[in-house]
Structure formats: structure tokens, C-alpha cells
Design a protein around this ligand. Structure first.
Ligand SMILES: *[C@@H]1O[C@H](CO)[C@@H](O)[C@H](O)[C@H]1NC(C)=O
Ligand SMILES: *[C@@H]1O[C@H](CO)[C@@H](O)[C@H](O)[C@H]1NC(C)=O
Ligand SMILES: *[C@@H]1O[C@H](CO)[C@@H](O)[C@H](O)[C@H]1NC(C)=O
Length: 359
């Protein structure tokens, strides 16, 4: 390699070093986290197990889920280990991960660092969560209102207000709307083009952010959708026998993400004092899938769990034959969700954007 060519990894490393220095200098002296708490809304990419308390098939609170998590605990995260969200909470300096709102930990002082309202199988579209009996975004907001009342009791009005205003809000939705609803639901795909459906989702996003803002959120990071045509289950189910990403689905994801970005700019202009950042997971996921070895992976098509072609939720369980012994070389843990190793890379990629929410 020519000396004057800086490799992407080198740039990456320098960037991380820089971010590390920023974090240290920001937290130095008082050891305070960069934000009082993190509030999480959306789907299985960010849930920490609210579905454990619901009657739904969208579950992950059994092995091998969680086998690389703290105490090998299958918490209801859709991963072998930590989510990108977990790494983000660590980067922000939180002492613990905010509890799932339906868990027994969601009480007392535990509420001071925020809470997680997300639910696997949820999305922007009104019927997505209903199809799977999980928690729609509207209902997540109702839980958030109740949470605020409890927080006032725990921390007092003035402290509660500063927690609500100062916390980082993370929103992840859209993937289930497409993959678990639109593309498998004739009542949707026979009625709307995927682009029309994207527009409907974006309208729902526009409404959701305004509601969240009215409830006090001021620092919001919203995740793009990943390359939905590259998810192992998508390739298996919609790939017509090809082993490559389903290009049509990725085009829809890119369209959705562009609209998400444009709409976020409109929202920022409309809602005063709102810091709204789009967290792009599409590009880093796509890069990992296209050039896995650049990132230390050897497998980006098959997931670790089971045959790696479709398994997710109840299909990924202890009796699934073929589950890999070590997930660190895999981009995907199950048919829809990245491994902890991939999540770490995603979280690193999101650091700079995320920091602009708290600086
Ligand atoms: C508000 O927070 C301050 C600083 O953390 C703490 O000393 C005080 O007790 C809190 N107030 C209530 C009512 O909990
Ligand atoms: C969003 O738009 C901005 C400005 O147009 C651009 O710099 C950025 O890359 C876009 N982000 C995504 C995720 O598309
Ligand atoms: C998996 O492989 C990685 C890299 O080779 C290694 O560091 C790690 O300890 C392994 N994990 C387990 C659980 O065997």
C-alpha cells in the first residue's frame, strides 16, 4: 500500500480516538454522563424485552438469544449479545441500560436514567404492531406519559423536567413495517406501491416526532432503515433463488431514508429548540455486507442462528439445527438482526452523529 494513501481503517481509528478524547474531556472532572437518560421507542432493533410480558410470537427471551450477553441472559434483545443501543448508552456514560417499561425493574430510582418503550414487531404503520400483538408507537407514547408521572413522584417536578428535556431519545422503526407487514401482506402490497407505502410511513413518522416533542423530547436521534433487501430472511424469501441482496427492496429503503432525512429537516425548522439527528445505519450495514472481511467478518449472507436463512424469533431457538458456535465472524445473528460484533461497529459509526445530540 502506498504511504500517502490513508486506509479507511486508519481514518476510522483516528476518528474514534478523537471521539474518545471528546468524551473524556466532556465527562472528565465530574464523571457525569453526557445525558441524564435515554428514552427508546420503536422496534426489535432497539427493544430490551417488553414483548416478554405480552402474548406475541415476536419473542427472543430464550437461548440462544443472549448467549453472549452479560450472564448469558436472554433478556428479550434480538441479538446474541449487546445491541447498538447498549453500546450507545455506554458511550453516553449511563451507569445501567434503561429498563424495559414493562419489566419489573421499571420502578423507583431505576427510572432516573430513562426507559425503553420499544417492542419487537412494532412500526410506524398502524397495523404492524397489531398484526403481532406488540406495542404500537401510539401506545409507547402513552406508556411514556405514565412514565413521566412516575418520574415526578421519584425525582420531583423540577428534576423530572430536566431529565425529560435533557435525555436522548432514540427512535427505530420502519423495518418491520416493510419486512413483516408490507411485503407479506396482500392487503398492503396489492393496494400500494412500496413507494406509496413509504410515504405513508413517513407521514406517520412526521406525526410521531411532533407528539414526542409535545411530550418534552428535545434531543432525538432517529435511525434509518437498514438495507432491508440484504437481510438473510429477505434474500431467502424474496430473492427468487438468488443469493445476493434484493435490489428492489434496497431501493425502497433508500427512498424511505431520503424522505426520512428531508422530513427531519422540515421538523427541525418547525419545532423550535428541537435537535433531531438522522442516524444512518444503512450505509455501515451495507458496507459490512458487501465487504465483510474489511470489518473482520467472514459471513454476511447466512445468520449464525439455525440454518441462517430465515430463523428469527421463535424459529431461532435451542433446537434450531446448525447454529454457529461463535458469532463474532457473522454480520447477522438471526434472519433479521445483526450480531453484537456488527452492532459494535454500527454504534461506533453512530458516535459522531450521536454526540451532536448532546454537545
Ligand atoms: C433533585 O436532584 C438533586 C441533585 O441530584 C437532588 O439533590 C435532589 O434531592 C433531587 N430532588 C428530589 C425531589 O428528588
Ligand atoms: C441527509 O441529508 C444531509 C444534507 O442533505 C446529508 O448530508 C446526509 O448525508 C443525509 N443523510 C442521510 C442518512 O441520508
Ligand atoms: C470467538 O472468536 C473470537 C475471535 O476468534 C474470540 O476472540 C472469542 O473468544 C470467541 N468466543 C467464544 C465464545 O468462543
Amino acid at each position: 500500500m502506498a504511504i500517502n494513501k490513508t486506509s479507511p481503517w486508519r481514518v476510522h481509528f483516528l476518528l474514534l480516538l478523537l471521539v474518545g478524547i471528546i468524551i473524556l474531556s466532556t465527562t472528565k472532572g465530574n464523571g457525569q454522563p453526557l445525558a441524564p437518560g435515554v428514552m427508546v421507542f420503536g422496534d426489535s432493533i432497539v427493544t430490551v424485552g417488553n414483548n416478554n410480558h405480552l402474548k406475541t410470537i415476536v419473542q427472543s427471551n430464550f437461548p440462544p438469544y443472549g448467549r453472549d450477553f452479560i450472564n448469558q441472559n436472554p433478556t428479550g434483545r434480538f441479538c446474541n449479545g449487546k445491541l447498538a443501543l447498549d453500546f450507545t448508552c455506554e458511550n453516553l456514560g449511563l451507569p445501567e441500560y434503561p429498563p424495559g417499561i414493562l419489566s419489573k425493574e421499571a420502578k423507583g430510582e431505576n427510572l432516573l436514567i430513562g426507559a425503553n418503550f420499544a417492542s419487537g414487531g412494532s412500526g410506524y404503520y398502524k397495523t404492524t404492531a397489531r398484526l403481532y400483538n406488540t406495542i404500537p408507537l401510539r401506545k409507547q407514547l402513552r406508556y411514556f406519559k405514565k412514565y413521566q408521572k412516575k418520574l415526578v413522584r421519584v425525582a420531583g417536578t423540577s428534576n423530572a423536567t430536566s431529565i425529560i428535556t435533557g435525555s436522548v431519545y432514540l427512535v427505530s422503526a420502519g423495518t418491520s413495517d416493510f419486512v413483516q407487514n408490507y411485503y407479506v401482506n396482500p392487503f398492503l402490497y396489492k393496494v400500494y406501491t412500496p413507494y406509496e407505502f413509504s410515504d405513508i410511513l413517513i407521514q406517520a413518522y412526521y406525526d410521531f416526532i411532533q407528539r414526542l416533542y409535545r411530550l418534552g423530547a428535545r434531543k432525538i436521534g432517529v435511525s434509518t432503515v437498514p438495507p432491508i433487501g440484504c437481510l438473510p430472511a429477505s434474500i431467502t424469501i424474496f430473492g427468487k433463488g438468488c443469493n445476493g441482496c434484493v435490489i428492489k427492496m434496497n431501493s425502497v429503503a433508500e427512498y424511505f431514508n431520503r424522505k426520512l432525512n428531508a422530513t427531519s429537516i422540515i421538523l427541525k425548522a418547525k419545532l423550535s429548540g428541537l435537535n433531531l439527528v438522522v442516524l444512518d445505519i444503512y450505509r455501515p450495514m451495507y458496507n459490512m455486507i458487501q465487504k465483510p472481511t474489511d470489518f473482520g467478518f467472514f459471513e454476511a449472507r447466512k445468520a449464525c442462528c439455525g440454518t441462517g436463512l430465515v430463523e428469527a424469533s421463535f424459529l431461532c431457538n435451542e433446537r434450531s439445527p446448525g447454529t454457529c458456535a461463535n458469532a463474532t465472524g457473522y454480520v447477522f445473528w438471526d434472519g433479521f438482526h445483526p450480531t453484537e460484533a456488527a452492532n459494535k461497529i454500527l454504534a461506533d459509526e453512530l458516535l459522531i452523529d450521536g454526540l451532536s445530540l448532546v454537545s
